[in-house]
Ligand binder design. Structure first.
Ligand SMILES: *[C@@H]1O[C@H](CO)[C@@H](O)[C@H](O)[C@H]1NC(C)=O
Ligand SMILES: *[C@@H]1O[C@H](CO)[C@@H](O)[C@H](O)[C@H]1NC(C)=O
Ligand SMILES: *[C@@H]1O[C@H](CO)[C@@H](O)[C@H](O)[C@H]1NC(C)=O
Length: 463
């Protein structure tokens, strides 16, 4: 089921050339993308266009320059009171001067904040900044979601899968789980908890990541909750620091850790199976996390690592370590979603001529769950966004339930309905059990990767 939808999506993306279901290429360190679909996405799927932008892993792509260079760090305060500078990934070509956030799912505006929503049986919502931080400070003012199996995340994620996390499990509103990864390598001792004063769902708190070449601090409401030093991360086998060190996007999300097709470990970690008939769903139509503001302060080093002097970052070596990142003048913008890092002008950027540029309206012709899975634009339930009566914080009255139920889910395929991809695509891309593939398995210690897998599928359906 999903395979056929995936095929449609991939075919559209690749200009309707013959792409058979079983040919949808996946990628890992040992299996680079083919020349025809050279870019390995954050979710370990090969493609062109969006696959070559944010999240494109140069180590797993056809060549190092298949990925489009990544916009350098900019000091920014993102007031989350508008979606004017947000674009769905199907509409973004790499111009970070016009777009602050790209994403998938259903971000909504409510009461001067952005809600990341998760309608019933959906895979939630993820937003990523269009610029990359190479060390620095990022602070988010947010209220988490709540409920069994519902996870809110605020993370830094690099194209070579370095990662620094906050994750909030909806059954424990007093704990922020913190974690970090070097190049996506699972390490079961990296996690640590920080205490939240009060309650993460009812009150806004400031969650901060202060990341330097020498240490990571997780800071809540101005108080350091955890510190990890680079000096504690030496890996004598690989002879390097297993420490996040490469330019990273800020990603904020809500995702269904407790989806029933997820690995049992993940479901348990997330507090149990998600309840799609909960009061939260009845009252509001979706689970949600609330973001008031995100601010980024760049590290501003004078010499690498950690500069943001030029226009874009790229990697000059497959090692993907901090000494292989180049702060360069290379351009970052594709002409169309047919482009790649080595052919940035491919296509003319107009959606009407080739038909290869997926848009929300063309998405409407994708049968079955295709449309339901493209939230925001095409989901008539939740897509309305602006003050349509969705009222998560208010009186909880019946009228507030206009959000994402109804058609948003009715057309979903079983796989989408269950939210998680691995059991939908056994033997497929993301089931990777080889941790070195960079496609981390969905296990409880790897919550964010489970999320990555999910959103990866949403992305393909979307595209
Ligand atoms: C963090 O807290 C959760 C409960 O919210 C617990 O299950 C987990 O074991 C804790 N992790 C660490 C590393 O202490
Ligand atoms: C950056 O790379 C250099 C050269 O490999 C290394 O000596 C240094 O420790 C690295 N810094 C971090 C933060 O990993
Ligand atoms: C250390 O590096 C080796 C070789 O790359 C890798 O297999 C292993 O998982 C790493 N260990 C840790 C704790 O990162």
């Amino acid at each position: 089921m999903v395979r056929s939808l995936l095929t449609l999506g991939a075919a559209a993306l690749l200009g309707a050339t013959a792409v058979l279901a079983d040919d949808i290429p996946t990628c890992s360190l040992d299996k680079k993308c083919p020349e025809s679909a050279p870019c390995c996405s954050q979710y370990n799927q090969c493609g062109v266009g969006a696959y070559c932008l944010g999240g494109c892993d140069p180590r797993m792509s056809f060549s190092l320059d298949s990925c489009v260079p990544a916009p350098v760090c900019k000091d920014m305060t993102y007031k989350m009171d508008s979606l004017d500078r947000y674009k769905d990934i199907s509409e973004y070509l790499g111009d970070s001067s016009k777009t602050d956030w790209v994403g998938q799912g259903e971000p909504l505006l409510y009461d001067g904040n952005v809600l990341l929503t998760m309608p019933p049986k959906s895979v939630g919502t993820v937003l990523a900044t269009t610029t990359y931080m190479w060390y620095g400070n990022v602070k988010a003012r947010l209220k988490t979601s709540r409920g069994r199996g519902v996870v809110t995340a605020f993370i830094l994620f690099s194209d070579v899968k370095d990662e620094i996390d906050y994750e909030f499990v909806g059954v424990d509103l007093q704990t922020a789980q913190t974690n970090y990864y070097f190049q996506g390598i699972p390490d079961y001792v990296n996690g640590g908890n920080a205490t939240i004063e009060g309650n993460s769902y009812d009150d806004f708190h400031d969650y901060e990541i202060n990341w330097t070449p020498d240490e990571i601090q997780w800071i809540i409401d101005g108080k350091v909750g955890r510190t990890k030093k680079r000096s504690e991360t030496w890996n004598a086998t690989s002879n390097q620091w297993a420490y996040p060190q490469t330019p990273s996007r800020v990603q904020i999300s809500i995702w269904p850790g407790g989806a029933d097709t997820n690995a049992k470990g993940t479901v348990d970690w997330a507090g149990g199976a998600i309840d799609w008939n909960s009061d939260e769903i009845k009252d509001f139509g979706y689970y949600f996390a609330t973001f008031a503001e995100v601010s980024v302060k760049c590290f501003n080093a004078n010499s690498p690592p950690g500069t943001n002097k030029a226009n874009s970052y790229y990697y000059n070596n497959i090692k993907g370590t901090n000494d292989t990142v180049v702060d360069s003048d290379k351009p970052t913008i594709l002409k169309s979603l047919l482009g790649t890092g080595t052919n940035m002008n491919k296509g003319d950027g107009s959606s009407s001529t080739t038909g290869a540029h997926p848009s929300h309206s063309s998405g409407a012709s994708v049968p079955g769950g295709g449309t339901a899975q493209v939230p925001g634009g095409t989901n008539p339930g939740a897509g309305t966004g602006n003050g349509n009566g969705a009222n998560p914080n208010g009186d909880g009255s019946g009228s507030s339930n206009s959000g994402g139920s109804g058609s948003g889910t009715s057309g979903a395929s079983p796989c989408q309905a269950s939210g998680f991809s691995q059991s939908c695509d056994e033997g497929g891309s993301n089931g990777g059990t080889n941790p070195n593939s960079g496609s981390r398995v969905a296990d409880r210690t790897l919550g964010a990767s489970a999320f990555a897998v999910v959103i990866g599928f949403a992305g393909l359906l979307l595209l």
